[in-house]
Design a binder for this molecule. Structure first.
Ligand SMILES: CC(=O)[C@@H](O)[C@H](O)COP(=O)(O)O
Ligand SMILES: NCC(=O)COP(=O)(O)O
Length: 247
């Protein structure tokens, strides 16, 4: 079975828009765990726009031994203010997995992966440190990526395929080409010896097709669409609860 890791960034976006602690990220994590998810994902960014270092620490204490903890980020982004850097955070909380993503500062969201042949040497000390900390290491890669043998030689265990282009094509009604690209990329990674994760803009609409197409898909991390869908699927019930109070 493919593990579902719920990305809680968007809970923090909502909370940060007001200050205070609502919606409570710890409660959201507990709800997801109770519902049976296999992991929680966060992608703390140096600009602190959503999940913040203290959230990362709090979640670590809640999740330990219950579900997997996946922390995503750019290992080359320097510490800034209360953001200590990705490796420093991993050293503190020892997540199950660290997913390395080559985001530049100010990106609205992740939109590309590593070039494995080109980036291998600068990734080497990062991967070494994370492996010494006991973390599984996954690299975010583009659909169509090659050079997975470089990742394997570094000691990387997984590749996460960036599914944004697939999700976009799916919404446009013609995902065949992008799906084939994801499938071929997964096959290449698996043949090199990596397990395959996938993520970005996955949703209830487009997930089933992808999962069936990629045999052995290890994990999907989903946040943006899942939290939006949770609003739709929970909104009517919540309105009814308010009406009950007002009776
Ligand atoms: C690597 C990836 O695809 C996700 O982590 C995504 O970037 C979510 O991050 P944001 O919530 O900051 O958009
Ligand atoms: N790694 C992808 C992730 O964690 C969530 O991405 P999205 O569902 O918020 O686009």
């Amino acid at each position: 079975m493919t593990l579902l890791s719920v990305n809680l960034n968007k809970i923090a976006v909502l909370r940060n828009s007001r200050g205070g602690n609502e919606p409570d990220i710890a409660r959201a994590a507990a709800t997801c765990i109770e519902a049976g998810c296999g992991g929680i994902t966060v992608h703390p960014r140096p600009d602190l726009r959503h999940v913040r270092p203290n959230d990362v620490r709090l979640l670590a204490s809640i999740l330990r031994g219950r579900v997997e903890y996946n922390i995503e980020g750019n290992p080359f982004a320097p510490p800034r203010g209360e953001y200590p850097g990705l490796i420093a955070l991993a050293r503190e909380v020892r997540p199950t997995q660290v997913t390395l993503v080559p985001d530049s500062d100010g990106q609205i969201t992740s939109d590309h992966g590593f070039e494995l042949a080109q980036d291998a040497e600068r990734l080497r000390p990062v991967v070494d440190q994370l492996r010494q900390l006991g973390c599984r290491v996954s690299l975010f890669v583009d659909p169509g990526a090659t050079g997975f043998e470089h990742a394997v030689a570094l000691g990387v265990q997984r590749a996460e395929i960036y599914t944004g282009p697939y999700a976009h094509a799916f919404a446009e009604g013609d995902a065949k080409e992008q799906l084939e690209l994801c499938v071929e990329t997964a096959r290449r990674a698996q043949q090199a010896g990596l397990a395959v994760n996938a993520g970005h803009d996955l949703s209830q609409a487009n997930l089933g097709t992808l999962r069936v197409a990629i045999p052995g898909l290890a994990e999907v991390s989903i946040g943006h669409a899942l939290i939006g869908e949770a609003l739709y699927e929970g909104l009517a019930n919540t309105v009814r609860n308010y009406l009950q109070i007002l009776r």
